[in-house]
Design a protein around this ligand. Structure first.
Ligand SMILES: *Cc1c(COP(=O)(O)O)cnc(C)c1O
Length: 471
């Protein structure tokens, strides 16, 4: 049994069939006709389908895994902020997961460790950092943000928190529109609900710069010690970019760690047209960028870059002598000294391959086309009395709602919720919803480079038809 399981010839045969099946699937997904974007089953249906699954043929199993998933390569996929992967970028991931070279320890991953240094160094140049900037690779932005804030606390922290605990009422400042993982990170760090000071937003959902000083002084008067401030580049709900330059200046004035959360919109660094949105990002002490969002890579992969890479060694002052000859020494190649993960997935293979094959131009073309299309979509919604927009889009995220002036706010919420539920059930589109100022809005993230204005016009038509059938 074990011999068969490891047989290279069985693998060769199944592998060839699998690649053929994936290529056929992709062609069908791009067409956007036969597959529902979201198979729209209830969670219990999905559970029972797989619970009762009977294996007939290995390749049939792989086909079923594909068919019963949400299809990001379908042009009607305009929901969450994960991009469809460039297909070829999944191939290095196959190698990575087969070889399982975890870069926590250099001797387990000589290539992975090198790539995890090279990729952040390369991104650091696009950010506009000087030499001495580099970082780490993590599994997702949530982990990267937590790592950055832990580092900030060690660096700006008042005393040795890692060993002595938190007795200083430490806190950070963030926009009200920050991703929930920032709030969660602060609670994980033991700083409690008071550890997050939410700075109010302006009507474009950006941090209100005038409020920075006010919030800071209020917190200090309250006996809190602020050690960091997080800027959004861009925010999750509406894709709004905070004024990073102003935040950078403010951080400098009070010696705060400035962290830029560019999980989604950090990729604007690649775009001549949209670079202005991240003006001031080079002032940040640390920056997070998700490769699986606006950099098209397979799998999930994130970088956390430090303006001064030496800071990254302060995050965890662990003593794991069986792993490292010297736990204090700054060994760039033993990644676990600076990352949460011990056995670490070599997801960096994918982004390294894409950067080798296309350079920054691929990301620039992607940012430009999706951001431009969002603006055009917004223009159409703006001139249509059946819709109300929530904001002028800066990125590729547009929040809007079906509008009917005979309905009150509560009824509009119910109507828009129903419209979305029926739309995704139909299967031609997948969009999400969000709450802004207490109201429910439909939310579109144009993540698929195959989505065109024609698709969006059909979306508008479908939304109107659904609204008509509900009211
Ligand atoms: C998506 C997102 C995150 C979380 O990143 P994951 O990769 O999903 O863990 C954090 N911050 C912002 C602004 C995001 O858009």
């Amino acid at each position: 049994m074990i011999k068969d399981a490891f047989d290279p010839e069985i693998f060769r045969k199944e592998g060839h069939t699998l690649i053929d099946d994936i290529a056929t699937y992709l062609a069908k997904a791009y067409e956007g006709k036969e597959l529902p974007v979201f198979p729209a089953k209830q969670p219990e249906d999905s559970y029972h389908f797989w619970k009762n699954y009977q294996l007939k043929d290995n390749n049939q199993l792989y086909r079923d895994l594909i068919t019963h998933s949400t299809h990001l390569h379908h042009p009607g996929y305009i929901g969450h902020q994960v991009s469809p992967a460039v297909p070829s970028s999944a191939l290095p991931i196959l190698i990575g997961s087969l070889l399982k070279n975890g870069s926590g320890v250099y001797e387990m991953a000589p290539t992975g460790a090198a790539l995890e240094r090279i990729v952040p160094e390369e991104i650091a140049k696009y950010i506009g950092y000087d030499d001495g900037a580099s970082g780490i690779i993590t599994s997702g932005g949530t982990l990267a943000n937590l790592t950055a804030l832990l580092c900030a606390r060690q660096e700006k922290g008042l005393g040795d928190i890692w060993n002595d605990g938190n007795n200083k009422r430490m806190a950070i400042m963030v926009s009200e529109a920050s991703h929930y993982c920032i709030d969660r990170a602060v609670r994980i760090m033991g700083l409690g609900a008071d550890g997050v000071i939410k700075v109010p937003m302006n009507d474009r959902y950006q941090i209100e710069v005038d409020q920075l000083e006010i919030c800071y002084q209020k917190a200090v008067a309250n006996g809190q010690q602020i050690f960091a401030i997080v800027g959004n580049a861009c925010s999750t709900s509406t894709g709004s970019y905070d004024d990073l330059e102003a935040i950078g200046k403010f951080a400098k004035k009070y010696n705060l760690w400035f962290h830029a959360d560019g999980a989604h919109g950090g990729a604007a660094i690649f775009s001549a047209q949209y670079k202005h949105l991240v003006k001031g990002i080079e002032l940040a002490d640390s920056v997070v960028i998700d490769f699986h969002k606006m950099m098209l890579t397979a799998g999930l992969c994130t970088t956390l870059i430090f303006k001064n890479v030496v800071d990254s060694y302060k995050t965890f002052q662990v003593k794991a002598q069986y792993l490292f000859d010297d736990a204090v020494e700054e060994e760039w190649y033993n990644m676990a000294k600076r990352t949460f993960e011990c056995t670490k997935f070599p997801n960096v293979f994918s982004v390294f391959a894409l950067m080798q094959q296309h350079g920054g131009k691929l990301f620039e073309a992607y940012v430009d086309s999706t951001y431009n299309l969002s603006k055009a979509f917004y223009q159409i919604l703006e001139t249509d009395p059946d819709f109300e927009t929530a904001h002028i889009p800066e990125a590729n995220i547009v929040c809007f709602r079906f509008f009917d002036d005979t309905l009150d706010e509560a009824a509009l919420n119910i109507l828009n919720k129903k419209i979305r539920a029926q739309l995704i059930h139909k299967g031609d589109f997948y969009i999400v919803q969000t709450i802004l100022n207490g109201q429910l809005y439909l939310r579109v993230s144009i993540m698929n480079p195959l989505t065109t204005m024609e698709h969006l016009k059909i979306l508008i038509r479908d939304l109107k038809a659904l609204a008509g059938s509900i009211t």
